[in-house]
Design a protein around this ligand. Sequence first.
Ligand code: ADP
Ligand code: MG
Length: 234
Amino acid sequence: MTAALELSAVSKVYPPPSTVTALADINLVIGAGETVAITGASGAGKSTLLSILGTLERPTNGTVRIAGTDTSALSDPGLSDVRATSLGFVFQQFFLLEHLSVLDNVATGLLYRGMPAAARRTHAAEALAQVGLTGRIRHRAGQLSGGERQRVAIARAVVGRPAVLLADEPTGNLDSVTGAGITELLAGLAGDATTVVLITHNADVAAAMRRQVHLRDGRIVADSRPRPASGEDS
Ligand code: ADP
Ligand code: MG
């Protein structure tokens, strides 16, 4: 079966004056439906890895395949297309449009799909139901609590049914109880059609994912065995 994500011999060296080797010789295969936590100290390369997995940055060396497609062969518009159709992003800061309704914030996740506005709103309402926010769709984003705002951001990330959901410290701005709810939601979104990769400093968040990959100084120093789903041959 084609991997959801595949990094081969990936490195990232930021250009002078910094010349920081943020990633070195990363080999990582993530299967469809996996939930993966990327852990490591500050500066270990976690965000750089997520940016490369998400095609927001190109590696200095090595190849990145998304659902089998070698992204190094794609032009920048081609990469934008991959992002719009195959990837969803969630960040520590929620990046919502505060004055817009919750529904419209989520509908913006479909702007690049060439879908009529009414259809965008229908899909947005479905995504908001998935994250438990049906009762809030007419509120302005600015009226919500932090946990609710992150749920809106997650709905916006999944509204286009991306194959891969990438999250960088999604609980970093939340208290532990609210963060646990968000972690559970993210883990629950994974399935045959959706792979979840998140970055975290938090051991409880990492433990809620089926697989943990630990970075140190830009290298993978530990990778828990990807546990096959029950009923699957290992
Ligand atoms: P983490 O997310 O694990 O804290 P990052 O991936 O953000 O780590 O950073 C890894 C290393 O790369 C750090 O040393 C950081 O200072 C450096 N770095 C990150 N982004 C840039 C950049 N745009 N230019 C130069 N160096 C960078
Ligand atoms: Mg980071």
